[in-house]
Design a protein. Structure first.
Length: 168
């Protein structure tokens, strides 16, 4: 029986990302943080999450530099959890996940939609290449290839773009 590979041992960026944000409570806490929640009781009340689970998830988010723990009261000591720059950089990922979920629902079944803050018009987020503006939806136009730090097995999986082998 092959041994299990720990996520932290994998070089794939998807594996390392899942290690940080793949747990569903983590995504919900981050979503609440983007909505302005900062205090333990706010997260707990909104998510209806147990104290122990929330404590564990917040500790992990702080350790992963996605949230910063800041004291806002001395007696008794009280802390708030504020998004770091690294945490804020996850907003497009969370927006994309929510948009993906909404695409599978009828408009009348959507509990939350993304709108332009000024006009109130619903928006449809898309992922695009920053250099060309082309949509990344075209799975044949954009493929993964091995990066500079790739191992031999990663290079075997993701050949150079000019190779005729199928892409993963």
């Amino acid at each position: 029986m092959p041994s299990r590979i720990r996520l932290e041992d994998r070089e794939c960026p998807l594996s390392t990302t899942v290690q940080h944000i793949g747990e569903w409570w983590t995504l919900l806490i981050l979503h609440d943080a983007f909505d302005g929640y900062t205090r333990f009781d706010q997260f707990q009340r909104n998510l209806n999450i147990s104290t122990s689970m929330l404590t564990a998830r917040l500790k992990t988010l702080v350790a992963d530099d996605l949230l910063e723990r800041r004291r806002y009261q001395d007696r008794p000591a009280r802390y708030e959890y504020v998004l770091t720059e690294r945490g804020r950089s996850l907003r497009p990922v969370i927006v994309a996940l929510a948009a993906w979920g909404n695409q599978r629902l009828a408009p009348e079944d959507r509990a939350m939609i993304l709108v332009d803050a000024t006009s109130g018009e619903e928006v449809e987020p898309v992922l695009v290449d920053a250099h060309t503006g082309r949509s990344l939806d075209d799975s044949e136009a954009f493929v993964f290839t091995a990066g500079p730090a790739a191992s031999p097995s990663m290079r075997a999986r993701y050949p150079e773009p000019h190779d005729n082998r199928p892409y993963g």
